[in-house]
Design a protein around this ligand. Structure first.
Ligand code: GRF
Length: 198
């Protein structure tokens, strides 16, 4: 089955770009079909424009009611026949209907080795700061399926990244982000090849 990808991203969208690039150069067979962002000024929207991928700004400013926002997200994904939803730095909690509608078909990336350093309030640079503070020798990246529990859905792939003694949260974040780009593409490829079954 051809995977039709729908992205949700709030900021830069470098993970999304890595996946789009892999689709373009045929590393992946999947097709990027739509980009949704809650931030009208996000890098993700700029990237969608450049790539000629349909995009939508959907947020509490366009849809003040949570239920309507949830529905608008589902409608946009369905309009483009999306069958795999990729969260790529999406900073909003997904609505319950979206999670139900795309049950087991929503992936998220987290910049640490879950279940450590996850959960509410653990995002972005805060994750790396916590890892450094705890003097961990390794961190990493986790890809998991999204369910209603924050950062708690089934883990489908993980990779380790070393933490060096002189690391700051920023230098660690850069090393982890590189690993993120790689593992997200690899994971989608494994889904394409049936090596990971959702
Ligand atoms: C990544 O570190 C991802 O793990 C986290 O948000 C960041 C998004 O980066 N959820 P980008 O927008 O893909 O560049």
């Amino acid at each position: 089955m051809e995977l039709r990808l729908g992205f949700l991203a709030s900021h830069n969208g470098s993970n999304m770009q890595a996946i789009i690039d892999a689709c373009r150069n045929k590393t992946l067979k999947s097709k990027p079909c739509v980009v949704i962002s809650n931030n009208s000024k996000s890098g993700a929207i700029d990237r969608a424009k450049k790539e000629n991928i349909p995009f939508y700004h959907l947020s509490s400013s366009t849809h003040p009611s949570e239920e309507e926002l949830d529905k608008a997200i589902i409608d946009s994904l369905k309009l483009h026949n999306v069958n795999l939803v990729i969260l790529a730095g999406y900073m909003k909690k997904l609505g319950t209907r979206t999670i139900k509608e795309f049950n087991n078909r929503i992936l998220n990336i987290h910049p640490a080795l879950l279940p450590k350093y996850g959960g509410e309030g653990m995002y972005g640079i805060l994750v790396h700061e916590a890892v450094i503070k705890a003097k961990e020798k390794k961190s990493g990246v986790t890809i998991h399926i999204v369910n209603s529990e924050y950062d708690r859905g089934p883990i489908i792939n993980q990779t380790e990244v070393p933490v060096y003694e002189n690391d700051t949260a920023e230098t660690l974040a850069q090393r982890v982000l590189k690993a993120e780009h790689k593992i997200y593409v690899e994971t989608i490829k494994m889904i394409e090849e049936g090596k990971i079954r959702l």
